[in-house]
Design a protein around this ligand. Structure first.
Ligand code: HEC
Length: 487
Protein backbone atom coordinates (compact mmCIF):
# COMPACT_ATOMS: atom_id res chain seq x y z
CA UNK A 1 0.00 0.00 0.00
CA UNK A 2 2.96 2.30 0.31
CA UNK A 3 2.83 2.71 -3.43
CA UNK A 4 -0.54 4.40 -3.17
CA UNK A 5 1.62 7.48 -3.54
CA UNK A 6 0.49 10.88 -2.47
CA UNK A 7 -1.77 12.15 -5.20
CA UNK A 8 -2.64 10.64 -8.55
CA UNK A 9 -3.82 7.59 -6.60
CA UNK A 10 -6.76 7.47 -8.95
CA UNK A 11 -9.36 5.83 -6.80
CA UNK A 12 -12.11 4.74 -9.19
CA UNK A 13 -15.84 4.28 -10.23
CA UNK A 14 -19.31 5.47 -10.87
CA UNK A 15 -18.91 9.16 -10.29
CA UNK A 16 -17.86 9.49 -13.92
CA UNK A 17 -21.52 10.06 -14.56
CA UNK A 18 -21.59 12.91 -12.11
CA UNK A 19 -18.66 14.48 -13.85
CA UNK A 20 -20.51 14.49 -17.13
CA UNK A 21 -23.85 15.55 -15.73
CA UNK A 22 -22.27 18.49 -13.95
CA UNK A 23 -21.18 19.77 -17.35
CA UNK A 24 -24.64 21.28 -17.74
CA UNK A 25 -25.96 24.72 -17.01
CA UNK A 26 -24.51 25.35 -13.58
CA UNK A 27 -20.92 25.14 -14.72
CA UNK A 28 -21.73 27.48 -17.63
CA UNK A 29 -23.03 30.01 -15.18
CA UNK A 30 -20.01 29.58 -12.94
CA UNK A 31 -17.68 30.30 -15.82
CA UNK A 32 -19.63 33.37 -16.86
CA UNK A 33 -20.01 34.64 -13.31
CA UNK A 34 -16.30 34.89 -12.89
CA UNK A 35 -15.96 36.63 -16.23
CA UNK A 36 -14.26 33.67 -17.84
CA UNK A 37 -14.49 32.45 -21.36
CA UNK A 38 -17.56 30.49 -22.20
CA UNK A 39 -15.64 27.80 -24.02
CA UNK A 40 -16.14 24.21 -22.98
CA UNK A 41 -12.55 24.18 -21.72
CA UNK A 42 -13.23 27.18 -19.46
CA UNK A 43 -16.36 25.56 -18.06
CA UNK A 44 -14.37 22.53 -17.00
CA UNK A 45 -11.30 24.46 -15.90
CA UNK A 46 -13.12 26.85 -13.60
CA UNK A 47 -15.93 24.79 -12.22
CA UNK A 48 -16.18 24.60 -8.47
CA UNK A 49 -16.36 20.88 -7.97
CA UNK A 50 -16.35 17.57 -9.78
CA UNK A 51 -19.43 16.42 -7.90
CA UNK A 52 -22.89 17.99 -7.99
CA UNK A 53 -24.00 19.65 -4.75
CA UNK A 54 -27.46 18.72 -3.50
CA UNK A 55 -30.20 21.37 -3.80
CA UNK A 56 -29.64 22.59 -0.25
CA UNK A 57 -25.95 22.02 0.28
CA UNK A 58 -25.32 24.20 3.33
CA UNK A 59 -21.77 25.37 2.93
CA UNK A 60 -20.33 25.27 -0.54
CA UNK A 61 -16.87 25.73 -2.03
CA UNK A 62 -16.42 28.43 -4.61
CA UNK A 63 -13.26 28.37 -6.72
CA UNK A 64 -11.24 31.52 -6.09
CA UNK A 65 -10.09 32.31 -9.60
CA UNK A 66 -10.34 36.06 -9.98
CA UNK A 67 -6.56 36.26 -10.23
CA UNK A 68 -4.76 39.62 -9.94
CA UNK A 69 -4.34 41.09 -13.42
CA UNK A 70 -1.16 42.94 -12.57
CA UNK A 71 1.84 41.80 -10.63
CA UNK A 72 1.24 42.76 -6.98
CA UNK A 73 3.85 45.08 -5.49
CA UNK A 74 6.56 43.79 -3.13
CA UNK A 75 5.01 41.62 -0.41
CA UNK A 76 5.05 43.76 2.74
CA UNK A 77 3.62 40.94 4.89
CA UNK A 78 6.23 38.41 3.80
CA UNK A 79 8.29 38.79 6.95
CA UNK A 80 10.20 35.57 6.25
CA UNK A 81 12.01 37.21 3.36
CA UNK A 82 13.70 39.54 5.85
CA UNK A 83 14.81 36.90 8.32
CA UNK A 84 18.56 36.27 7.95
CA UNK A 85 18.63 32.49 7.52
CA UNK A 86 21.47 30.66 5.81
CA UNK A 87 20.92 28.53 2.72
CA UNK A 88 24.59 27.77 2.39
CA UNK A 89 25.88 24.23 2.18
CA UNK A 90 29.20 23.62 3.93
CA UNK A 91 31.98 21.22 3.05
CA UNK A 92 32.57 19.56 5.41
CA UNK A 93 29.04 20.06 6.73
CA UNK A 94 28.84 21.98 9.98
CA UNK A 95 27.17 20.04 12.73
CA UNK A 96 24.44 22.43 13.72
CA UNK A 97 22.15 21.04 16.41
CA UNK A 98 20.78 24.53 16.98
CA UNK A 99 19.96 25.33 13.37
CA UNK A 100 16.23 25.27 14.15
CA UNK A 101 16.40 27.97 16.79
CA UNK A 102 19.69 29.86 16.45
CA UNK A 103 19.56 29.46 12.68
CA UNK A 104 16.15 31.16 12.96
CA UNK A 105 14.27 28.55 10.90
CA UNK A 106 11.74 28.25 13.68
CA UNK A 107 11.07 31.98 13.38
CA UNK A 108 10.99 31.75 9.58
CA UNK A 109 8.30 29.07 9.59
CA UNK A 110 6.35 30.83 12.35
CA UNK A 111 6.16 34.01 10.28
CA UNK A 112 4.63 32.06 7.38
CA UNK A 113 1.97 30.58 9.68
CA UNK A 114 1.16 34.06 11.01
CA UNK A 115 0.50 35.17 7.44
CA UNK A 116 -1.58 32.07 6.69
CA UNK A 117 -3.80 32.34 9.76
CA UNK A 118 -4.46 36.06 9.34
CA UNK A 119 -8.21 36.68 9.22
CA UNK A 120 -9.09 32.98 9.50
CA UNK A 121 -11.49 31.36 11.93
CA UNK A 122 -9.58 30.56 15.16
CA UNK A 123 -10.71 26.95 14.96
CA UNK A 124 -10.97 26.63 11.19
CA UNK A 125 -14.44 25.26 11.79
CA UNK A 126 -16.27 23.24 9.20
CA UNK A 127 -19.02 25.86 8.86
CA UNK A 128 -16.46 28.55 8.08
CA UNK A 129 -13.78 26.70 6.13
CA UNK A 130 -10.67 28.47 4.85
CA UNK A 131 -11.55 32.07 3.92
CA UNK A 132 -10.19 33.56 0.73
CA UNK A 133 -10.86 37.21 1.68
CA UNK A 134 -8.58 38.73 4.29
CA UNK A 135 -8.76 42.38 5.35
CA UNK A 136 -11.15 43.36 2.57
CA UNK A 137 -9.31 41.88 -0.40
CA UNK A 138 -8.77 38.44 -1.87
CA UNK A 139 -5.73 36.90 -0.22
CA UNK A 140 -6.06 33.33 -1.52
CA UNK A 141 -6.55 31.73 -4.96
CA UNK A 142 -7.09 28.19 -6.21
CA UNK A 143 -5.67 26.30 -9.17
CA UNK A 144 -8.13 25.58 -12.02
CA UNK A 145 -8.77 22.20 -13.64
CA UNK A 146 -8.73 20.28 -10.34
CA UNK A 147 -12.48 19.66 -10.48
CA UNK A 148 -12.39 17.77 -13.77
CA UNK A 149 -11.69 14.26 -12.58
CA UNK A 150 -14.65 12.42 -11.04
CA UNK A 151 -12.42 9.97 -9.14
CA UNK A 152 -10.28 12.37 -7.14
CA UNK A 153 -11.43 15.85 -8.26
CA UNK A 154 -12.65 18.65 -5.98
CA UNK A 155 -15.65 17.96 -3.78
CA UNK A 156 -18.29 20.62 -3.26
CA UNK A 157 -18.01 21.40 0.46
CA UNK A 158 -14.39 22.49 0.92
CA UNK A 159 -12.93 22.03 -2.56
CA UNK A 160 -10.66 19.24 -1.38
CA UNK A 161 -9.19 16.67 -3.73
CA UNK A 162 -8.18 13.14 -2.89
CA UNK A 163 -4.55 12.23 -2.46
CA UNK A 164 -2.40 9.40 -1.38
CA UNK A 165 -4.06 7.09 1.11
CA UNK A 166 -2.20 7.14 4.41
CA UNK A 167 -1.69 4.16 6.64
CA UNK A 168 -1.89 4.21 10.38
CA UNK A 169 1.88 3.88 10.60
CA UNK A 170 2.25 7.12 8.69
CA UNK A 171 0.14 8.92 11.21
CA UNK A 172 1.54 7.29 14.31
CA UNK A 173 5.14 6.14 13.86
CA UNK A 174 5.85 3.00 15.86
CA UNK A 175 7.18 4.36 19.13
CA UNK A 176 8.55 7.39 17.38
CA UNK A 177 11.02 5.35 15.36
CA UNK A 178 11.35 5.85 11.64
CA UNK A 179 9.43 3.35 9.57
CA UNK A 180 11.26 0.36 8.16
CA UNK A 181 11.96 0.85 4.47
CA UNK A 182 9.91 -2.16 3.45
CA UNK A 183 6.82 -1.38 5.49
CA UNK A 184 4.35 -1.98 2.74
CA UNK A 185 1.96 -4.21 4.57
CA UNK A 186 -0.03 -3.60 7.69
CA UNK A 187 1.72 -6.05 9.95
CA UNK A 188 1.58 -6.67 13.66
CA UNK A 189 5.09 -5.26 13.87
CA UNK A 190 3.70 -1.77 13.48
CA UNK A 191 1.13 -1.93 16.25
CA UNK A 192 1.36 0.71 18.91
CA UNK A 193 0.77 0.17 22.59
CA UNK A 194 -2.25 2.44 22.55
CA UNK A 195 -3.53 1.37 19.18
CA UNK A 196 -6.11 -1.38 19.21
CA UNK A 197 -6.29 -4.29 16.81
CA UNK A 198 -9.86 -3.20 16.18
CA UNK A 199 -8.52 0.01 14.70
CA UNK A 200 -6.47 -1.78 12.09
CA UNK A 201 -9.27 -4.15 11.31
CA UNK A 202 -11.60 -1.25 10.75
CA UNK A 203 -9.23 0.35 8.26
CA UNK A 204 -7.30 -2.41 6.49
CA UNK A 205 -7.13 -0.11 3.43
CA UNK A 206 -5.67 2.78 5.38
CA UNK A 207 -6.99 6.31 5.50
CA UNK A 208 -7.84 8.77 2.79
CA UNK A 209 -6.29 12.22 2.56
CA UNK A 210 -8.48 14.99 1.15
CA UNK A 211 -6.78 18.36 0.84
CA UNK A 212 -7.14 21.83 -0.61
CA UNK A 213 -4.44 24.35 -1.55
CA UNK A 214 -4.37 28.13 -1.91
CA UNK A 215 -1.91 30.59 -3.50
CA UNK A 216 -1.53 34.20 -2.30
CA UNK A 217 -1.86 37.13 -4.75
CA UNK A 218 1.70 36.80 -6.10
CA UNK A 219 1.12 33.11 -6.78
CA UNK A 220 -2.40 33.82 -8.05
CA UNK A 221 -1.04 36.32 -10.54
CA UNK A 222 1.29 33.67 -11.98
CA UNK A 223 -1.49 31.07 -12.14
CA UNK A 224 -3.80 33.47 -13.95
CA UNK A 225 -1.13 33.92 -16.61
CA UNK A 226 -0.32 30.22 -16.81
CA UNK A 227 -4.01 29.30 -17.25
CA UNK A 228 -6.01 32.31 -18.42
CA UNK A 229 -9.80 32.66 -18.63
CA UNK A 230 -10.29 30.32 -21.56
CA UNK A 231 -8.84 27.49 -19.48
CA UNK A 232 -6.10 26.72 -21.99
CA UNK A 233 -2.58 26.64 -20.51
CA UNK A 234 -0.17 29.14 -22.08
CA UNK A 235 3.50 28.49 -22.56
CA UNK A 236 5.92 31.38 -22.30
CA UNK A 237 9.67 31.52 -22.11
CA UNK A 238 12.03 31.84 -19.21
CA UNK A 239 15.71 32.39 -19.91
CA UNK A 240 15.32 30.78 -23.30
CA UNK A 241 13.42 27.71 -22.10
CA UNK A 242 9.70 27.06 -22.44
CA UNK A 243 7.82 27.40 -19.16
CA UNK A 244 4.20 28.13 -18.33
CA UNK A 245 3.49 31.82 -18.85
CA UNK A 246 3.96 33.69 -15.56
CA UNK A 247 6.39 31.14 -14.14
CA UNK A 248 8.67 30.86 -12.26
CA UNK A 249 6.52 32.11 -9.39
CA UNK A 250 7.51 35.66 -8.37
CA UNK A 251 9.19 36.62 -5.11
CA UNK A 252 6.41 37.07 -2.56
CA UNK A 253 4.57 33.87 -3.51
CA UNK A 254 3.15 31.87 -0.60
CA UNK A 255 1.16 28.67 -0.87
CA UNK A 256 -0.76 26.88 1.85
CA UNK A 257 -2.50 23.57 1.90
CA UNK A 258 -4.92 22.02 4.40
CA UNK A 259 -4.70 18.23 4.63
CA UNK A 260 -7.43 16.14 6.23
CA UNK A 261 -7.68 12.46 7.13
CA UNK A 262 -10.57 10.19 7.99
CA UNK A 263 -8.52 8.54 10.76
CA UNK A 264 -10.65 8.66 13.91
CA UNK A 265 -9.37 10.03 17.19
CA UNK A 266 -9.49 6.62 18.92
CA UNK A 267 -6.93 5.38 16.36
CA UNK A 268 -4.78 8.50 16.30
CA UNK A 269 -5.08 10.26 19.68
CA UNK A 270 -3.16 13.41 18.68
CA UNK A 271 -6.08 14.31 16.41
CA UNK A 272 -8.23 15.13 19.46
CA UNK A 273 -9.90 18.51 19.05
CA UNK A 274 -8.89 18.83 15.41
CA UNK A 275 -11.38 20.65 13.16
CA UNK A 276 -13.81 18.09 11.80
CA UNK A 277 -14.46 19.10 8.24
CA UNK A 278 -17.32 17.42 6.46
CA UNK A 279 -16.19 16.59 2.95
CA UNK A 280 -17.93 14.74 0.15
CA UNK A 281 -15.54 11.83 0.07
CA UNK A 282 -15.46 8.19 -1.02
CA UNK A 283 -17.69 5.68 0.67
CA UNK A 284 -16.02 2.47 1.86
CA UNK A 285 -17.25 -0.92 0.73
CA UNK A 286 -18.60 -2.35 4.01
CA UNK A 287 -17.08 -5.77 3.32
CA UNK A 288 -13.68 -5.08 1.79
CA UNK A 289 -13.26 -1.56 3.24
CA UNK A 290 -12.05 -0.44 -0.14
CA UNK A 291 -12.75 3.15 -1.10
CA UNK A 292 -15.42 3.35 -3.79
CA UNK A 293 -16.34 5.98 -6.40
CA UNK A 294 -19.53 6.86 -4.61
CA UNK A 295 -19.16 9.94 -2.42
CA UNK A 296 -20.94 10.95 0.74
CA UNK A 297 -20.48 13.87 3.09
CA UNK A 298 -18.39 12.45 5.94
CA UNK A 299 -16.04 13.78 8.60
CA UNK A 300 -12.36 14.29 7.78
CA UNK A 301 -10.05 15.81 10.40
CA UNK A 302 -7.34 18.36 9.72
CA UNK A 303 -4.03 16.63 10.33
CA UNK A 304 -1.41 18.77 8.59
CA UNK A 305 -0.88 22.27 7.19
CA UNK A 306 1.74 22.54 4.46
CA UNK A 307 3.29 25.78 3.33
CA UNK A 308 5.68 26.79 0.58
CA UNK A 309 7.18 30.19 -0.22
CA UNK A 310 9.49 31.51 -2.89
CA UNK A 311 12.74 32.91 -1.52
CA UNK A 312 15.37 34.14 -3.99
CA UNK A 313 18.13 33.15 -1.54
CA UNK A 314 17.19 29.48 -1.76
CA UNK A 315 19.10 27.31 -4.26
CA UNK A 316 15.78 25.85 -5.47
CA UNK A 317 14.01 29.21 -5.25
CA UNK A 318 11.68 27.74 -2.58
CA UNK A 319 11.30 26.88 1.07
CA UNK A 320 8.80 24.17 2.01
CA UNK A 321 7.61 23.74 5.56
CA UNK A 322 5.01 21.77 7.44
CA UNK A 323 2.91 21.76 10.59
CA UNK A 324 1.25 18.75 12.20
CA UNK A 325 -1.86 19.13 14.31
CA UNK A 326 -1.21 18.00 17.87
CA UNK A 327 -4.22 17.84 20.15
CA UNK A 328 -1.98 17.33 23.18
CA UNK A 329 -0.58 20.86 22.89
CA UNK A 330 -2.08 23.47 25.18
CA UNK A 331 -2.91 26.17 22.59
CA UNK A 332 -6.30 27.86 22.84
CA UNK A 333 -7.08 27.73 19.12
CA UNK A 334 -6.51 25.24 16.32
CA UNK A 335 -3.66 27.35 14.97
CA UNK A 336 -1.90 27.31 18.35
CA UNK A 337 -1.98 23.52 18.45
CA UNK A 338 -0.08 23.24 15.18
CA UNK A 339 3.38 21.85 15.75
CA UNK A 340 6.10 22.92 13.30
CA UNK A 341 7.97 19.87 11.98
CA UNK A 342 10.64 21.58 9.94
CA UNK A 343 11.68 23.24 6.69
CA UNK A 344 13.35 22.07 3.49
CA UNK A 345 14.77 24.13 0.64
CA UNK A 346 16.50 21.49 -1.47
CA UNK A 347 16.49 17.72 -1.84
CA UNK A 348 19.89 17.18 -0.17
CA UNK A 349 21.88 15.85 -3.11
CA UNK A 350 24.94 15.08 -0.93
CA UNK A 351 23.03 12.59 1.17
CA UNK A 352 22.14 8.94 0.50
CA UNK A 353 20.48 7.74 -1.76
CA UNK A 354 21.49 10.62 -4.07
CA UNK A 355 25.03 9.35 -3.40
CA UNK A 356 26.32 5.95 -2.25
CA UNK A 357 26.12 5.33 1.50
CA UNK A 358 29.88 5.61 2.01
CA UNK A 359 29.86 9.14 0.50
CA UNK A 360 26.76 10.28 2.33
CA UNK A 361 26.99 13.58 4.24
CA UNK A 362 24.64 14.86 6.92
CA UNK A 363 21.57 16.70 5.63
CA UNK A 364 22.23 20.31 4.67
CA UNK A 365 18.95 21.44 3.13
CA UNK A 366 16.43 20.17 5.68
CA UNK A 367 16.13 21.49 9.20
CA UNK A 368 13.84 19.62 11.58
CA UNK A 369 12.30 20.87 14.78
CA UNK A 370 14.27 18.84 17.34
CA UNK A 371 11.39 18.92 19.83
CA UNK A 372 8.90 16.57 18.26
CA UNK A 373 7.64 14.30 20.93
CA UNK A 374 4.33 12.74 19.91
CA UNK A 375 5.64 10.96 16.87
CA UNK A 376 8.44 11.32 14.48
CA UNK A 377 7.68 11.67 10.89
CA UNK A 378 10.38 12.41 8.46
CA UNK A 379 10.91 11.40 4.88
CA UNK A 380 13.79 9.62 3.15
CA UNK A 381 16.87 9.60 5.41
CA UNK A 382 15.49 12.33 7.66
CA UNK A 383 14.54 14.75 4.88
CA UNK A 384 11.33 16.64 5.59
CA UNK A 385 7.92 14.98 5.11
CA UNK A 386 4.64 15.26 6.97
CA UNK A 387 2.45 12.76 8.85
CA UNK A 388 0.42 11.76 5.79
CA UNK A 389 3.35 11.85 3.36
CA UNK A 390 5.18 8.97 1.80
CA UNK A 391 8.06 8.39 4.26
CA UNK A 392 10.33 7.29 1.39
CA UNK A 393 10.04 10.68 -0.28
CA UNK A 394 10.31 14.28 0.96
CA UNK A 395 8.62 17.61 0.23
CA UNK A 396 11.29 18.95 -2.09
CA UNK A 397 12.10 15.72 -3.93
CA UNK A 398 8.47 15.08 -4.79
CA UNK A 399 7.80 18.72 -5.64
CA UNK A 400 10.93 19.29 -7.70
CA UNK A 401 9.66 16.58 -10.03
CA UNK A 402 6.83 18.89 -11.14
CA UNK A 403 7.17 18.90 -14.93
CA UNK A 404 4.68 18.75 -17.78
CA UNK A 405 4.50 17.66 -21.37
CA UNK A 406 3.38 20.38 -23.77
CA UNK A 407 -0.17 21.63 -23.14
CA UNK A 408 -2.81 19.42 -24.65
CA UNK A 409 -0.81 16.21 -24.49
CA UNK A 410 -0.92 13.68 -21.72
CA UNK A 411 1.90 13.33 -19.26
CA UNK A 412 2.83 9.82 -18.24
CA UNK A 413 5.03 9.67 -15.18
CA UNK A 414 8.22 7.75 -15.89
CA UNK A 415 7.67 8.07 -19.66
CA UNK A 416 7.58 11.74 -20.64
CA UNK A 417 7.61 13.36 -17.20
CA UNK A 418 9.49 12.36 -14.03
CA UNK A 419 8.02 9.77 -11.66
CA UNK A 420 6.91 12.12 -8.88
CA UNK A 421 5.43 9.43 -6.73
CA UNK A 422 8.34 7.09 -6.84
CA UNK A 423 9.68 4.02 -8.56
CA UNK A 424 11.02 0.66 -7.50
CA UNK A 425 13.76 1.18 -4.98
CA UNK A 426 12.77 4.73 -4.00
CA UNK A 427 15.04 5.71 -1.11
CA UNK A 428 16.49 2.22 -0.69
CA UNK A 429 19.68 2.21 -2.75
CA UNK A 430 22.00 4.56 -4.61
CA UNK A 431 20.74 4.54 -8.21
CA UNK A 432 20.40 6.86 -11.18
CA UNK A 433 16.71 7.32 -10.36
CA UNK A 434 17.36 8.16 -6.73
CA UNK A 435 20.23 10.48 -7.65
CA UNK A 436 17.86 12.40 -9.94
CA UNK A 437 14.93 12.35 -7.52
CA UNK A 438 17.05 13.77 -4.71
CA UNK A 439 18.70 16.60 -6.66
CA UNK A 440 18.21 20.25 -5.93
CA UNK A 441 17.19 22.00 -9.12
CA UNK A 442 16.03 25.44 -10.12
CA UNK A 443 14.00 26.42 -13.18
CA UNK A 444 14.39 26.41 -16.08
CA UNK A 445 16.59 23.36 -15.42
CA UNK A 446 15.41 20.08 -16.96
CA UNK A 447 14.87 17.07 -14.75
CA UNK A 448 18.35 15.92 -13.91
CA UNK A 449 18.04 12.27 -14.96
CA UNK A 450 18.26 13.46 -18.56
CA UNK A 451 15.32 11.25 -19.49
CA UNK A 452 12.67 13.89 -20.02
CA UNK A 453 14.27 16.56 -22.23
CA UNK A 454 10.89 17.81 -23.49
CA UNK A 455 9.22 18.08 -20.10
CA UNK A 456 9.05 21.68 -18.93
CA UNK A 457 9.55 22.77 -15.37
CA UNK A 458 6.46 23.81 -13.40
CA UNK A 459 8.62 25.40 -10.69
CA UNK A 460 7.62 22.79 -8.06
CA UNK A 461 3.85 23.24 -8.45
CA UNK A 462 2.26 19.81 -8.43
CA UNK A 463 -1.17 21.40 -8.52
CA UNK A 464 -0.23 22.93 -11.85
CA UNK A 465 0.92 19.48 -12.89
CA UNK A 466 -2.55 18.16 -12.06
CA UNK A 467 -4.07 21.05 -14.04
CA UNK A 468 -1.87 20.34 -17.06
CA UNK A 469 -2.73 16.69 -16.86
CA UNK A 470 -6.47 17.32 -16.67
CA UNK A 471 -6.26 19.75 -19.55
CA UNK A 472 -4.32 17.11 -21.51
CA UNK A 473 -7.07 14.62 -20.75
CA UNK A 474 -9.68 17.13 -21.86
CA UNK A 475 -7.82 18.04 -25.04
CA UNK A 476 -7.35 14.43 -26.07
CA UNK A 477 -10.72 12.92 -25.16
CA UNK A 478 -13.00 15.88 -24.30
CA UNK A 479 -14.13 14.01 -21.20
CA UNK A 480 -12.64 13.15 -17.85
CA UNK A 481 -11.43 9.66 -17.15
CA UNK A 482 -14.38 7.80 -15.66
CA UNK A 483 -14.16 6.63 -12.08
CA UNK A 484 -13.97 2.85 -11.72
CA UNK A 485 -14.74 1.01 -8.51
CA UNK A 486 -12.05 -1.41 -7.37
CA UNK A 487 -13.03 -4.82 -8.70
C1 HEC B 1 5.20 12.11 -2.87
C2 HEC B 1 4.78 13.40 -3.31
C3 HEC B 1 4.57 14.55 -2.34
C4 HEC B 1 5.25 14.84 -1.20
C5 HEC B 1 6.30 14.00 -0.49
C6 HEC B 1 4.78 16.12 -0.76
N1 HEC B 1 3.84 16.61 -1.62
FE1 HEC B 1 3.02 18.48 -1.60
N2 HEC B 1 1.83 17.96 -3.13
C7 HEC B 1 1.85 16.77 -3.82
C8 HEC B 1 0.86 16.79 -4.86
C9 HEC B 1 0.55 15.68 -5.84
C10 HEC B 1 0.25 18.05 -4.81
C11 HEC B 1 -0.83 18.58 -5.76
C12 HEC B 1 -2.16 18.00 -5.49
C13 HEC B 1 -2.82 18.60 -4.30
O1 HEC B 1 -2.58 19.74 -3.89
O2 HEC B 1 -3.65 17.92 -3.73
C14 HEC B 1 0.89 18.76 -3.71
C15 HEC B 1 0.58 20.07 -3.37
C16 HEC B 1 1.26 20.81 -2.42
C17 HEC B 1 1.09 22.22 -2.21
C18 HEC B 1 0.21 23.13 -3.02
C19 HEC B 1 1.04 23.79 -4.10
C20 HEC B 1 1.65 22.86 -5.10
O3 HEC B 1 2.87 22.81 -5.19
O4 HEC B 1 0.96 22.14 -5.81
C21 HEC B 1 1.93 22.56 -1.18
C22 HEC B 1 2.16 23.95 -0.60
C23 HEC B 1 2.61 21.36 -0.76
N3 HEC B 1 2.18 20.31 -1.53
C24 HEC B 1 3.54 21.31 0.26
C25 HEC B 1 4.20 20.14 0.64
C26 HEC B 1 5.06 20.05 1.81
C27 HEC B 1 5.38 21.18 2.74
C28 HEC B 1 5.51 18.76 1.84
C29 HEC B 1 6.38 18.11 2.86
C30 HEC B 1 5.95 18.21 4.22
C31 HEC B 1 4.94 18.07 0.69
N4 HEC B 1 4.16 18.93 0.00
C32 HEC B 1 5.22 16.76 0.38
C33 HEC B 1 2.73 15.74 -3.60
C34 HEC B 1 3.66 15.67 -2.58
Amino acid sequence: MKHAYRGFARASGLAALFGLVALGTTSCKQAEAQGGGNSPAAQFAFRNSADTPPPDPGRIFKLSADYPKAMPGPCAECEWLKIPVSFEANFPPKESPHAWTQGRWSEYLASILRYVRQGQDPNLRDEVGFLVDVGGSTRWFNVPWMAFDPSVGREYRHGTTNERTAELEDLVGPDGKPLPADADSIGAAHFLPHMTTACKQRYPRGFETWSVGYYNPHGGYAIGKAIPKDGVPRVGEYMGSPMPDGLPFPVGTAVMKVLTTNAPVDCVPFLAGSPEWRVNRHVQNPNTKEYMCKREVQVSRIVQIDVAVTDPRSPSGWVYGTYAYNGTLKGATFWDRLMPLGVQWGADPWTFPAVPKRDSLPLQQSVANPKIDIFQHMGCQGRLAGPVDNPQSSCMSCHSSAYAAKPGSLSVMGTNVPPSFGFDGLCTAYSAENAAYFQTTRPPQSYSSGHYPNAMSLDTSLQLEVAYQEYGQYATTKAPKPCKDPS
